[in-house]
Design a protein. Structure first.
Length: 115
């Protein structure tokens, strides 16, 4: 399993970023995919999950209405569109999936929301 996140960076409050995660090493179209984040000095927390077909998604209350998760089974990517960003969204963002009973993570991408 290989998960490679990209798209992080520095953005001002109220701005937008689009994160992407490229997957390989497993049957992507059969997998539910998730995004997590680890704010500085805090534990990793769940952000959003999308079903294998991309037909259904769930979000943490803290990001609901601002973030959108999407899945492209042809390109084997899962994306996180983040709008109306707040300083408290600052974190390392990870995509993840469960494969062979193990929760696998990418290396993460840093998102910093600051003026």
């Amino acid at each position: 399993v290989q998960l490679v996140e990209s798209g992080g960076g520095l953005v001002q409050p109220g701005g937008s970023l689009r994160l992407s995660c490229a997957a390989s090493g497993f049957t992507f179209s059969s997998k539910t995919m998730s995004w997590f984040r680890r704010p500085p000095g805090k534990e990793r927390e769940w952000v959003a999950t999308i079903t294998n077909t991309g037909g259904s998604a769930n979000y943490a209350d803290s990001v609901k209405g601002r973030f959108t998760i999407s899945k492209d089974n042809d390109k084997k990517t899962v994306n996180l569109q983040m709008n109306s960003l707040k300083p408290e969204d600052t974190a390392v963002y990870y995509c993840a999936t469960v494969h062979a009973g193990i929760l696998s993570w990418g290396q993460g991408t840093q998102v910093t929301v600051s003026s």
